[in-house]
Design a protein. Structure first.
Length: 116
């Protein structure tokens, strides 16, 4: 099964209409249009699961860059892994040579600590 991402679909289009359009290019397993949780209105994008890569390639070739109801649509593979960014680790600042806590305290207007 090949998953496709489609963006630019008309907001009044439902999943059955989109499935009918896509069915012309191969066997459609499922169609999911993403909607707003509160209003239930389409966000203008969704996912299409096709049976095989050949059907998916035909759909991409036919619809990518085309238009439906004067809206330009884009279709691409959704399974492509995006390179993951390395998590940023917070590191303590490196203290330069000759650094002392007393110097910092004086700069901040605080009294240096007493030695015990």
């Amino acid at each position: 099964m090949t998953k496709l991402f489609i963006v630019g679909i008309p907001r009044d289009m439902d999943e059955a209409e989109l499935a009918e359009i896509c069915h012309q290019y191969g066997h459609v397993v499922s169609v999911k249009i993403i909607t707003d949780i509160e209003s239930g209105q389409s966000k203008g994008y969704g996912f299409i699961n096709m049976v095989d890569e050949l059907s998916a390639a035909a759909l991409i070739k036919a619809l990518d860059g085309g238009s439906i109801d004067d809206r330009t649509i884009s279709v691409r593979l959704a399974d492509r892994q995006q390179p993951q960014q390395q998590p940023q680790v917070r590191r303590k600042p490196v203290r330069p040579a000759g650094y002392s806590i007393d110097a910092v305290s004086e700069r901040r207007g605080k009294r240096p600590r007493k030695a015990s």
